[in-house]
Design a binder for this molecule. Sequence first.
Ligand SMILES: [Zn+2]
Length: 294
Amino acid sequence: MQLLIRANGQQATIAMDSAGNQVLEVGEYRYRPAQIARKVRQLATRMWGADLAPEILNERLTFEALDGGRPNGPWSDSGSFSPRSGSFVTLGRWDEDGSVGIALHELAHEMHLRGGGYDASDGVVREAVSLLAEREAGLVRSFEREPYYTASNLVAQLAALPAFARQPFSKRWAELTAVTNDLGLADLVNFYLDRSERLGLARWLQRLSDDVELRDALLARLAATTLRYSLELRRQLIGRLVRCDPRTPPEQLAYVLDSIVTLDRRYPNDDLGRIIDFCFAPHSRPRRRLFAFG
Ligand SMILES: [Zn+2]
């Protein structure tokens, strides 16, 4: 781990692991380079164990302290990763622990690359994988821009679902890196929501058909419909779906999901919950009437 300092046209490099008690001030923050190195090593080892090749931390992670601390405004990136030159973390935008979180974010890109998933993944998955790692390191951020926006929403939803969150990091990492696009992530959220809250989706699908491809196609449709939904809306949509008679032809169910997307697009100011109820109404089984004689 290297620390690159640039000030007044001069440049110096510090080996962070052996920086002793040295303290560095950048902008409004104070950093202890040796402490940062120790924390990053500890966290990265805990997350990736033997997969973390020594050269990754020794040669491919660089912290930078630039003149003036925060030169490029609030949206400038606090870190970057490139397959060629590795990870860079800019000090001055987050405090010491936050900067450690950013380092784990960039290292996650490196581990994703070495695991073979990075090149095959879209931008949302790449960021989701890294946001999972920075969360594990204690940094939780929210975003207004894509691809971070969708990625951070989906990762936050997964983190709120006990069936996902209770698993060891290695299992959560494997789940996210097995996915290659945003729809795969939305599908993962639906899967863990169903497991966490026993919504009955898996059981209902089995009654619907024993054709795996057909079930997968319906799940893919569900993922596309719910890509930007909150957990609340997912819960509602899945709840309505599993109340449909399992003898309903699957193409009719797909049509219902498509109508929700169409109506939502056509009437963006209408309440989406009501659109969902409206589209499912013709397919809902009547609830058992306990008071039919009342
Ligand atoms: Zn990133």
